[in-house]
Ligand binder design. Sequence first.
Ligand code: TXA
Ligand code: MG
Length: 330
Amino acid sequence: MHNIETKIVKIEDLYNDSIDQPCEILKNGGLVAFPTETVYGLGALATLPDAVKKIFQVKGRPGDNPLIVHIDSADKIREVAYVDDRYLEIIEKITPGPITFVLRKRENIPYEVTAGLETVGVRIPAHPVAQRLSRCAGPIAAPSANLSGKPSPTDAATVIEDLRYRIECIIDAGESAFGIESTIVDLTRTVPLVLRPGPITMEELSTIFGAVEYYQPRQDEKPLAPGMKYRHYAPEKRLQMVEPSELANFIDKDVLILCSKETKESFLKNVDNVYVLGEFERPYTIAQNLYRSLRYLDKSKYEEGVIEKFPEYGIFFSIMNRIKKAISKG
Ligand code: TXA
Ligand code: MG
């Protein structure tokens, strides 16, 4: 399985035919890694069960973890799922963008995609390459394009590191804008239920839907988003999280300190073992660099890492959700 010649297709200009080859590969049942505005995805045509099965093999993904289906525009949502008019109107208003809706699936979406569930996650990415690819090939089933258990890739070099020789094609279109995975909202319940926080914040969702609930899986319960039970986003090295003021305890230790620019300037001036995640005042920059920093930690000379604890409002809530997964063991 690991001896496939992987075509690397660099797309800088959408006004040429560079999307044609990846599109043909998908239609022929091959796998294509492609950029979205959240993270890179590993795609197969959603209507080809055998192609979809290969995604699980290639990633080493547990078979009970469903995939998200990517389409290019909200007016195609009824080709893959059932949605009532009221929600469709909202979805049309707020997409394309970094959000996934869980809806009742249509018959043409095979259980290979949904891991046996009657529901399907549907996303309309804002990235022009993802849109073009789906417009050309059809609905694309895709998880993040990392090996299972590793942080999601936010650039093509990282996808190449994980998936070269395992898949037919990797599209390189630069860095992902958001750097963390889409917000997931389950719309099959009376009140919309947020299964995974993401770039669209809880505050924004409350404004959009009136009221939303936040789902927190209990230890003893089967989680609604099956992916949430796995240790995700995790570096191989030990990582702990501490208050910004405590980071100074790690100066000159064999530890990489991951923190905001502001924290470095307040507590860690002229310290070498620091990796700046981004700016506290522009928290989307922190989201954008988070997974890159976790992969960097593993490659660095440092024995372990320590990361700044952030507050839990707005996009920081989603950032903290990912950090907590990265520091959790098991
Ligand atoms: O931003 C993203 O969402 C990226 C890009 C590539 O679109 N994709 C992504 O996919 O993060 P993945 O497979 O790494 O995470 C999908 C999550 C999993 O936790 C899965 O359990 C959940 O979505 N999920 C998918 N379909 C579901 C469904 N029908 N019901 C509940 N959860 C679902
Ligand atoms: Mg993933």
